[in-house]
Design a protein around this ligand. Structure first.
Ligand SMILES: NC(=O)c1ccc[n+]([C@@H]2O[C@H](COP(=O)([O-])OP(=O)(O)OC[C@H]3O[C@@H](n4cnc5c(N)ncnc54)[C@H](O)[C@@H]3O)[C@@H](O)[C@H]2O)c1
Ligand SMILES: O=P(O)(O)OC[C@H](O)CO
Length: 307
């Protein structure tokens, strides 16, 4: 897997391209408005890494379809859901490229800037076949980048997408200055909510206790570099969402994921109380303070749910 094309010239695509080039791979980075049409970016690629935001993935993969070498593995590094279809990003890719295509997903606690400077980072890698996962694990690893293999695509992708929703909530709670108990409860109950949804969709709860669940949740809810957390901080200050997003150049996937996750929960009969509150906050229908009060006044229940 020597020749690698990275689709997406944002922070994460660039960081992955830098990392892979450092490993001696022959890397091409395609940024929006780049030369995808000419096929130069994808020519003879053994592996295509997709680091496009979730809302742009289908369009880019569709445009890449005819240019992709038939055997090329596609590795999704995106953390989100397709709002229109409620599909996970690997499902969107499969929808466009067919179920024979080797597909893997990278997800876990990984700020782009830290990977780019070679800070020790560990992620999970899942895929639709064991050999694909093993190949990605082998080809992407370095002294500072470690990949843990799993076959649980659902758990890894739901963990990566949903942690962004909880991180927006964590930022808002931080802004309100409610102390340290509240964010800790939020992270823990957020994880319960994420695990419930993943499990209903066929994922394994153990996966959510791992890097693409608890690991990424803690990083994104507490890390200074998180864009999702920073959206929450601004919401907590009372700024409207449009104004916050209008000033942001980077993508905060949690904003769109909130709506999609809530709809997925509804479809599968899974209660997502924090996500539901965040949907109201993001829609400007409720302040973060009221959302916290309502969560606290919910009916008390068992901590561990019996399925
Ligand atoms: N930044 C990180 O630390 C990080 C880490 C892990 C995963 N991710 C995930 O990677 C994905 C990309 O995030 P990022 O941080 O690189 O984004 P970014 O905000 O840095 O940049 C987004 C990039 O996507 C491009 N883009 C926007 N809309 C597009 C569209 N419709 N079609 C094609 N390209 C489009 C923009 O031109 C820009 O280059 C997200 O799903 C994110 O959650 C990010
Ligand atoms: O900056 P965020 O909030 O998009 O988070 C980036 C990564 O997903 C952290 O693992």
């Amino acid at each position: 897997m020597q020749r690698i094309a990275v689709l997406g010239g944002g922070a994460w695509g660039t960081a992955l391209a830098v990392h892979l080039a450092r490993l001696g791979r022959d890397v091409t980075l395609w940024a929006r408005d780049g030369a995808l049409r000419s096929g130069r970016a994808l020519h003879a690629a053994a592996c295509v890494v997709s680091a496009i935001p979730s809302h742009g993935t289908r369009d880019v993969i569709r445009r890449a379809r005819g240019l992709l070498p038939p055997e090329a593995t596609v590795v999704s590094a995106t953390k989100g859901l397709e709002v229109e279809t409620l599909l996970r990003v690997s499902e969107v890719i499969e929808d466009e490229l067919g179920s024979d295509r080797p597909i893997a997903v990278l997800s876990g606690p990984s700020f782009a800037a830290e990977l780019a400077r070679g800070a020790p980072t560990a992620v999970a890698v899942a895929g639709n076949c064991e050999a694909t996962v093993a190949a990605v694990q082998r080809e992407f690893r370095s002294g500072y980048f470690r990949l843990y293999a799993t076959q649980d695509l659902v758990g890894v992708e739901i963990g990566g997408a949903m942690k962004n929703v909880i991180a927006i909530a964590a930022g808002a709670v931080e802004s309100l200055g409610l102390g340290d108990n509240c964010p800790s409860a939020l992270i823990t109950r957020g994880l319960a909510e994420i695990s419930r949804l993943a499990s209903a969709l066929g994922g394994q709860r153990e996966t959510l206790a791992g890097l693409s669940g608890l690991g990424d949740l803690v990083l994104t809810c507490t890390g200074q570099l998180s864009r999702n957390r920073s959206v929450g901080i601004e919401l907590g200050k009372g700024r409207p969402l449009e104004e916050i997003l209008g000033k942001m150049r980077a993508v905060a996937e949690g904003v769109r994921t909130t709506e999609a996750a809530l709809a997925l929960g509804g479809r599968h009969g899974v209660e997502l109380p924090i996500t539901a509150q965040m949907a109201d906050v993001l829609a400007g229908q409720k302040t973060p303070r009221v959302a916290v009060e309502e969560l606290m006044l919910r009916r008390q229940r068992s901590e561990v749910e019996v399925e």
